[in-house]
Design a protein around this ligand. Structure first.
Ligand SMILES: [Zn+2]
Length: 128
């Protein structure tokens, strides 16, 4: 898990997704084949950092590794380019996390690897 994480770390920090060079659809996480037209002519594309909440859920039961982050807000965010990202929403005022709310991507501590003590960072979103 760690090896793969470090390999893709920069991609996640910069929200690198994919753009289909045939139909122009953009995707995140990256894809090998366009989900719109089926083309395999795909290139890397940095995703916009802002979007809006399409739908969300609140988890009151802590997930393993997320005990300190309960309740946990999990949202499907539609980025400015139409790509959809499932992500945690944090650092937002009570009641501001709702469908249609504008959000931007931030880098936050995601979890601590219990065995190595290594802190893993990832992208999350915050209401703007
Ligand atoms: Zn396409």
């Amino acid at each position: 898990m760690s090896i793969q994480y470090w390999r893709v770390r920069d991609r996640y920090y910069r929200l690198i997704g994919s753009k289909c060079t045939d139909c122009g659809d953009e995707f995140f996480p990256p894809v090998y084949r366009c989900r719109g037209c089926g083309s395999d002519r795909i290139k890397d594309k940095e995703m916009p950092k802002t979007g809006k909440i399409m739908t969300y859920t609140v988890l009151h039961e802590p997930l393993p590794g997320f005990e300190a982050q309960t309740p946990l807000h999990l949202a499907v965010v539609e980025l400015e380019n139409g790509a959809r990202v499932l992500s945690q929403v944090v650092d937002s005022p009570e009641g501001s996390i709702k469908t249609g709310a504008k959000v931007r991507a931030i880098v936050r501590r995601a979890l601590v690897d219990g065995e190595s003590g290594q802190i893993i960072y990832g992208y999350k979103f915050t209401v703007v």
